[in-house]
Design a binder for this molecule. Structure first.
Ligand SMILES: [Zn+2]
Length: 132
């Protein structure tokens, strides 16, 4: 059985958690603090690779909330954080894999899924057609 990576419902509780219900019925609740610390954007990925925490920043408040969230195409959620950071796009497939692995694990970010420049819609549709 393959885990669904298509959400059927998305609920943003700005100060608490982003809850995603996937089409296979699995409900995944991602606390905002974990989501912010795991931001998948290139800048935050680079900081983590150098062994630095991306959030909270030294001297900055350690409270965080979602200022805004919107769908990024069909493949993920773009979140604007209360600390002004907004470049991370959380791909459904990455979030689902993270949930299934356990949120105590680092979020495994697939650059192909998290860099819009690398996502080519024409490639995706040709895959869908070839399944026939
Ligand atoms: Zn980031």
């Amino acid at each position: 059985m393959t885990a669904s990576t298509t959400p059927s419902d998305i609920d943003v509780d700005r100060n608490r958690a982003v809850t995603i219900t996937f089409e296979d019925g699995v409900v995944c609740e991602f606390p905002v603090r974990e989501l912010r610390a795991a931001c998948p954007c290139a800048t935050c990925r680079g900081m983590r690779e150098r062994g630095r925490d991306v959030w909270p920043a030294p001297g900055a408040p350690d409270t965080i909330s979602v200022g805004g969230a919107h769908l990024s195409g069909a493949w993920g959620l773009s979140i604007e954080w209360s600390d002004g950071h907004s470049t991370g796009i959380y791909a459904w497939a990455v979030l689902r894999r993270w949930w299934d692995a356990g949120l105590h694990q680092p979020m495994l970010i697939d650059p192909m899924l998290n860099d819009p420049v690398l996502v080519d819609p024409s490639t995706e549709s040709s895959h869908a057609e070839s399944s026939d």
